[in-house]
Design a protein around this ligand. Structure first.
Ligand code: 13P
Length: 478
C-alpha cells in the first residue's frame, strides 16, 4: 500500500470518517493483493502503517507534513553539480522557438483514441503511431523535448534505432511520464490522487539510465463550485504528491527535471475568471509544497492549463480574457526562479491552442520591440511554451488512421510542431496546418468521472491483454 494511500486513509480519519478510511484502506489492500493497484510497500508494512494512522488519527496537516519530510530528506542530498545539471536540462527544454511534445498517453488513453480512429490498441500499433509522431527530420528545430510513455522508451523505430536514439540524434531531449494514473478519493469521489509514488525513485533511476532527462507527473483537479471542489483535502494531497515527485525526480541518480503538472479540468460551467481564481489557489498550494520539500525550482518546469471557461459554461471566454487571466495567475503565483511554463492543450482545438499560445507570448513581450517589449518581458520572467498532446497529434492520427500513409502523417506532425514553435515566438501567422480545424479535442475521460463503485468495478475487471506489466491497471482513466 502506498504512502499516498495511507495518507488518504489519514485524511479520512482527520475528516472524522474512520469507517470510510478503514473501508478505503481494506479495498485498496485487496486490490493490491490481486495486483490491480500499484503496490508501493509490502502489505504487512502498509497495514501496520495504516493501523498506526488510524489509531493516532493524525490531522491532514500532519499527514501532509510526513509526506513532505520524506521528500525533504531526498532534496537535501542534491549536490551543487547535480543542481547545475538539472538547470542545464531545464535551460535546454526552454530554448526559444521550441516546445515539448507530449506523446506519453497511458495505454488506456491512447487506446481509446486509436480504437475511435478504427485501429487496434496493441503494442505494434502504438509503436507505429509513435514512430510517425517522432520521425519528421526537422523535429529538432521545433521541439526541445518529447515526453514518452515508459513503453515507448523501450521501443524501436523501423530503421533499427531506439526511439530514444531517434530523438537524441535530432537533439530532442527525452522525457518520461512517471505517474501511473489516477485513483478516486473515497471521501470526495469526483476527485483524484495520482498513483506511482512508491517505486518512483527506483523507476526514475532506470528511466535516466535509458536516456530520459526529464519527467512528467499529472495531478488532476476539478472545479465545481456547487460540489465544493477542489476540496482542501484534494488540494493538499495533490500538491504534496507533486512536491514529493519533484524532489524524488531531481534526486534520481544524476537527476530528471520534473515537469510539475497540476491540471485543472475544463469540465464544468465556470467562467474563465473563476477558473483563473482556482488556478491561483492551486498554484499557491503547489509552490508552497515545493518550497517545503526544498525542490530546486531552477531545475523544474510548470505545466498548467490556460484559463478557460468550462465546456458547459453559458458563455465562452474571449482570447483576450484567456490571455490576461492566464498571465495574471502566473505572475501572482509562479516564482521567477522557475525557468519555464509549458502549457497543456487541455481539449482546445489544434487551431485554438496555437492561436492562444501565440497571443500569450505576445502579451508577455515575446517578439515585441522597444521599451514596451522589455517591460512586458520583465513582468513575465519565465519562458512560455507548449507541452501539447492532443493539439500536436489529432491531425496526425486522422491522416495515419484513414490510410493517408505514414509520409503524409509525418509531414503533418512536423507542420503542427512548426506552427506551435512559431507561436512560442509570437510569430505565428497561419494558415494553420490542422486537418481537424476548430474541432474541440475535449476528451471527457481524462479525469475521474465515476463514483467509487464504478472505479472498483473497473479495477476488479481482468486486465487488458496488452498493457504494460505493472502499470495502468490501477486506473481505468489517466
Ligand atoms: P493535452 O495537450 O492533450 O491536454 O495533454 C498534454 C498532457 O500531457 C497532459 O498530461
Amino acid at each position: 500500500m502506498s504512502s499516498s494511500v495511507v495518507t488518504t486513509g489519514a485524511v479520512l480519519v482527520a475528516a472524522g470518517a474512520a469507517g470510510a478510511a478503514t473501508a478505503f484502506l481494506t479495498t485498496t489492500l485487496r486490490q493490491q493483493q490481486k495486483g490491480v493497484v500499484a503496490t508501493d510497500t509490502p502489505p504487512a508494512i502498509a497495514v501496520a502503517a495504516a493501523e498506526a494512522s488510524l489509531s493516532k488519527g493524525p490531522t491532514l496537516g500532519e499527514a501532509t507534513a510526513q509526506h513532505l519530510r520524506e521528500a525533504l530528506e531526498v532534496a537535501k542530498q542534491l549536490t551543487g553539480e547535480q543542481k547545475a545539471e538539472l538547470e542545464a536540462i531545464a535551460q535546454q527544454l526552454t530554448a526559444p522557438g521550441k516546445g515539448v511534445l507530449a506523446a506519453d498517453e497511458s495505454v488506456s488513453t491512447i487506446g481509446k483514441r486509436l480504437v475511435k480512429a478504427g485501429l487496434q490498441n496493441d503494442f505494434e500499433t502504438r509503436r507505429g503511431y509513435r514512430e510517425v509522431l517522432l520521425s519528421h527530420p526537422d523535429l529538432g528545430q521545433y521541439l526541445a523535448g518529447a515526453i514518452l510513455h515508459e513503453e515507448t522508451l523501450d521501443q524501436v523505430h523501423s530503421d533499427g534505432r531506439t526511439f530514444v536514439q531517434v530523438l537524441s540524434d535530432k537533439g530532442v531531449l527525452v522525457g518520461v511520464k512517471t505517474d501511473r494514473g489516477l485513483q478516486p478519493l473515497i471521501q470526495s469521489p469526483t476527485e483524484t490522487q495520482t498513483l506511482g509514488m512508491g517505486d518512483l525513485l527506483e523507476r526514475s533511476r532506470r528511466y535516466r539510465a535509458k536516456g530520459a532527462r526529464f519527467a512528467k507527473w499529472r495531478a488532476v483537479l476539478r472545479l465545481d463550485a456547487a460540489a465544493g471542489t477542489p476540496t482542501d483535502a484534494a488540494l493538499a494531497l495533490n500538491a504534496a504528491q507533486l512536491a514529493q515527485y519533484a524532489a524524488l525526480s531531481q534526486a534520481s541518480a544524476a537527476g530528471l527535471v520534473p515537469i510539475v503538472e497540476p491540471e485543472l479540468l475544463i469540465e464544468g460551467t465556470h467562467s474563465a475568471a473563476e477558473f483563473a481564481a482556482c488556478t491561483e489557489v492551486i498554484l499557491g498550494e503547489v509552490y508552497a509544497a515545493l518550497a517545503k520539500a526544498q525542490v530546486h525550482l531552477e531545475g523544474t518546469l510548470l505545466k498548467p492549463q490556460m484559463a478557460m471557461a468550462g465546456i458547459g459554461a453559458p458563455s465562452k471566454h474571449t482570447r483576450e480574457e484567456l490571455v490576461a487571466l492566464t498571465l495574471a495567475a502566473l505572475r501572482r503565483r509562479v516564482p521567477p526562479a522557475v525557468p519555464g511554463v509549458v502549457f497543456l492543450s487541455g481539449g482546445q482545438s489544434e487551431e485554438e491552442a496555437t492561436g492562444n499560445l501565440n497571443a500569450i507570448a505576445r502579451a508577455a513581450g515575446v517578439g515585441v520591440a522597444g521599451a514596451e517589449g522589455e517591460a512586458l518581458r520583465r513582468r513575465h520572467p519565465w519562458s512560455l511554451s507548449f507541452s501539447f498532446g492532443r493539439s500536436l497529434q489529432a491531425s496526425v492520427l486522422q491522416v495515419w488512421s484513414s490510410g493517408g500513409g505514414a509520409a503524409a502523417a509525418i509531414d503533418i506532425a512536423g507542420a503542427l510542431a512548426k506552427a506551435n514553435a512559431q507561436a512560442q515566438q509570437g510569430a505565428y501567422e497561419g494558415p494553420h496546418p490542422s486537418l481537424t480545424g476548430a474541432a474541440s479535442l475535449h476528451d471527457p475521460n481524462r479525469g475521474w468521472q465515476g463514483p467509487p463503485a464504478a472505479a472498483a468495478a473497473a479495477a476488479a475487471a481482468p486486465p487488458a491483454p496488452d498493457t504494460v506489466k505493472g502499470a495502468e491497471q490501477a486506473t481505468p482513466l489517466s
